[in-house]
Design a protein. Structure first.
Length: 260
């Protein structure tokens, strides 16, 4: 099986997922090439073609705030089924958009006017969590879901393979400054594995320090960018879940493979 094709529209879905159930996606990234600050080994959109920590030089390839607003308004006014969430996700890291904060405000205003019962969310790789204005924009959303796949810089480099200028310590410090977030972690094995000790102990230490509202853990269930990446067996996921709950006392939830 091949990795998923890039989203071709600003607004897409409804997407059915294990965590958000039904979600209308907003893609703020280019549609012809994958642009992201990470090149994660497990990404279901494949390898990152434009790996960058700054989207300014590619500004003309992103949709304008008005285009995003118009696309979302048209979809909300015409779709027969209302989603549970409107979610910033898509082909890369949504908060890299040069006008991200403005777009968040426009989406929230439109939601309030047309579908006040629908919640807003983001699936973020956390690479911009150290930027105060981005943190502020993200925390306006009802469900800020932030990524943390590694408990130390060595595993971070192997797993997320970030662009130059993305620093693990700044990323985790930014996450610790965000209150009420959900952390998501993808565990996997194979050519790279973050699912065994000492990596699990390092990861638990980080989530204990960050203190999110909730932690969501899962494993790969779509073809990954690195063909050598494999899902973690259920019994190992259960062991990670149990260890994390006992060590932190926090809400940690395991999402198994999607049901086909």
């Amino acid at each position: 099986m091949d990795v998923l094709p890039l989203q071709q529209n600003i607004v897409y879905g409804i997407v059915r997922s294990r965590r958000l159930k039904s979600s209308l996606g907003i893609n703020l990234c280019p549609t012809d090439q994958k642009l992201c600050s990470f090149n994660c080994v497990y990404c279901h959109y494949g390898c990152t073609e434009i790996l960058t920590n700054s989207a300014i030089r590619y500004e003309d390839r992103f949709p304008t705030p008005k285009q995003v607003e118009d696309a979302l308004k048209e979809r909300l006014q015409t779709m027969p089924e209302k989603p549970l969430y409107i979610t910033f996700s898509g082909n890369g890291e949504p908060s890299m958009h040069p006008d991200f904060a403005d777009i968040v405000d426009r989406v929230i205003q439109l939601r309030n006017e047309l579908v006040p019962e629908v919640k807003t969310a983001i699936l973020s790789n956390s690479s911009t969590a150290h930027i105060p204005e981005i943190r502020e924009a993200i925390l306006k959303l009802d469900m800020p879901i932030m990524k943390l796949d590694a408990g130390d810089v060595s595993m971070f480099r192997q797993v997320n393979r970030s662009a130059k200028g993305v620093h693990y310590d700044k990323l985790t410090e930014g996450l610790a400054a965000m209150k009420g977030i959900t952390l998501q972690t993808c565990f996997f094995t194979g050519s790279v594995s973050n699912a065994e000790d000492p990596h699990i102990s390092s990861w638990i230490a980080q989530i204990s320090w960050i203190r999110p509202r909730e932690v969501q853990i899962y494993t790969v269930d779509r073809p990954p960018a690195d063909a050598g990446i494999q899902p973690v067996p259920q019994e190992r996921l259960d062991a990670i879940l149990d260890k994390a709950i006992r060590a932190t006392g926090m809400a940690v939830r395991l999402y198994g493979p999607r049901q086909v």
